[in-house]
Design a protein around this ligand. Structure first.
Ligand code: DCT
Ligand code: MG
Length: 481
């Protein structure tokens, strides 16, 4: 029993409860999935076809079966139709694998029709710029509209907590951004790595109409709007937001009356507007000056640097991520200083609330600039600044480079570096780059480098990326401004 498929609803084809189908259905249920007896437009998340029983080359017959089970329009649905091998592989690898390799292409006409369409004028093959690495983009992409709309669609899925769909979109966008020729039809799009039938259809629709109907539907959906509203509360994720919607909650007032909120969620409600607003870069800079000033009262050698999107040059930031360190300091030394810092900023009124202080090297807070400092932000008045999300991350001096890489991000860039490390038989995390050494059956990690950010990248055989060059995230809205 695991929660591998939790929240997913599978429709099995054939839809019987006998033989192999029964065993696979039990496998799915044992790992958290629900089984649908018919296709639900809004509920079914995957159609799982037994490819040994159903002849998938005969797409017409399969489409007829799906129609009988309630799937009205095959062209409009976004639900992946995959071979049951996908389920088996997911379970054996204990991982939700991308469906792309297991997708049954229902849009592909079966043999007879294909003959006719192959007589049509051959379309040019899309050209992927192979000099670009994943995450890089061609300049002046001819497919920018498709990329933008697919990004918006991915964002909708992110709000709804559909991680596997977000991943599918990210893969497709990643390839499309490296294509230097216009991709205008399904048959062109489907040739691209990481683009499955559902997304290929969307690329054709966007290219034809400069629009995507499903995006409008999703944006206008009450469910998506409520998910966005509730997930905007600090400490609320997909699972809780869905639970509240299922329980009939429809507004923040409904939530305020609940008796089961955590302390962090209460604060999230209290500062709902402030914490959902991005912080202007210039204000982050004043916070950095203020915090450095306060830290110097505790110890003149402590340094606070802002990492995260600020270090990547963003014009606005979701929060302020301070990396706190001191020459030659160990974690213990920094922790002692931190306790003093907490007392100091509490007394000064800067610290409004503590969200989380369980992990010893991390302090998550809400903070407001005192009037004199806030004046530097807006140039007027004697007002306290808005309450901002401020994190303090304690970093031993020796680990500064690895920590800088980790806390600068973005998260996708970090993932790529970690993957790179793996390929070189190494492990990269926020404390250092380690070589994996095998002693017989045992495995240990031997530190290779942790202090020098540039050295770590060069050991990974990655060219030096300035922080501004590490923005790969598709949702980094700060980059539109
Ligand atoms: N990080 C990561 N993986 C995650 C989350 C975060 O590697 N899943 C790293 C990279 C960025 C850093 O931590 C700070 O995280 P955030 O503050 O969440 O992101 P940000 O890039 O600073 O963006 P924002 O402007 O929204 O704060
Ligand atoms: Mg941040």
């Amino acid at each position: 029993m695991t929660s591998l498929f939790l929240g997913l609803k599978f429709l099995f084809i054939p839809n019987s409860k006998a033989g192999v189908s029964k065993i696979r259905q039990k496998l799915a249920v044992d790992h958290g999935a629900q089984i649908c007896s018919a296709f639900g437009e809004t509920s079914t998340t995957h159609v799982l076809v037994d490819t040994k029983v159903v002849l998938t080359a005969n797409t017409e017959a399969l489409i007829r079966t799906l129609k009988k089970l309630g799937l009205r329009d095959i062209a409009k649905t976004n639900v992946p139709v995959v071979g049951q091998e996908w389920l088996v592989q997911c379970v054996s690898k204990s991982e939700l694998l991308p469906t792309a390799n297991y997708t049954i292409d229902l849009a592909r006409p079966s043999a007879k029709k294909r003959k006719v369409s192959s007589l049509r004028k051959a379309e040019s093959r899309p050209i992927v710029d192979t000099t670009l690495e994943p995450g890089e983009k061609v300049l002046d992409s001819p497919n920018q509209t498709s990329v933008d709309v697919l990004n918006e669609m991915a964002e909708q899925h992110r709000i709804n907590g559909e991680a596997y769909k977000v991943k599918a979109y990210r893969n497709a966008i990643d390839t499309l951004q490296r294509v230097s020729t216009p991709v205008t039809s399904y048959s062109q799009a489907i040739q691209l790595e990481g683009v499955g039938p559902a997304i290929a259809k969307k690329i054709e629709e966007i290219s034809r109409t400069h629009h995507l109907r499903q995006l409008d539907v999703s944006k206008g959906s009450r469910h998506t709007q409520l998910m966005k509203l509730f997930k905007g509360i600090y400490g609320v994720g997909t699972v809780i937001a869905k639970k509240w919607i299922d329980e009939g909650m429809t507004s923040l007032d409904d939530i305020k009356n609940r008796t089961d909120l955590t302390d962090a969620q209460r604060l999230g409600l209290q500062y709902y507007d402030e914490w959902n607003e991005r912080i202007p870069r210039s204000e982050c800079t004043i916070h950095a000056e203020y915090v450095q000033y306060m830290l110097n009262r505790v110890d003149p050698l402590i340094e606070a640097t802002i990492g995260g999107s600020y270090r990547r040059g963003a014009k606005t930031c979701g929060d302020i991520d301070f990396i706190v360190t001191k020459p030659d300091a160990t974690m213990e030394a920094l922790q002692a200083d931190m306790d003093n810092l907490i007392d100091t900023i509490k007394q000064a009124g800067y610290l409004q609330c503590i969200l989380h202080h369980h992990v010893k090297n991390k302090l998550l807070t809400g903070c407001s600039l005192p009037p004199l400092w806030n004046k530097k932000v807006d140039g007027q008045g004697e007002e306290w600044g808005k309450c901002r999300r401020v994190d303090f991350l304690l970093v031993p001096w020796k680990e500064l480079g690895a920590a800088m890489i980790y806390f600068t991000g973005d998260d996708e860039f970090n993932k790529k570096l970690r993957y790179r490390a793996q390929k070189h038989g190494m492990v990269l995390n926020g404390t250092g780059l380690y070589k994996i050494v095998r002693d017989g059956s045992k495995e240990r990690h031997e530190l290779v480098e942790s202090f020098d950010e540039k050295k770590i990248m060069s050991l990974l055989n990655v060219k030096w990326h300035e922080p501004e060059q590490r923005n790969t995230g598709v949702f980094d809205i700060a980059w539109n401004g």
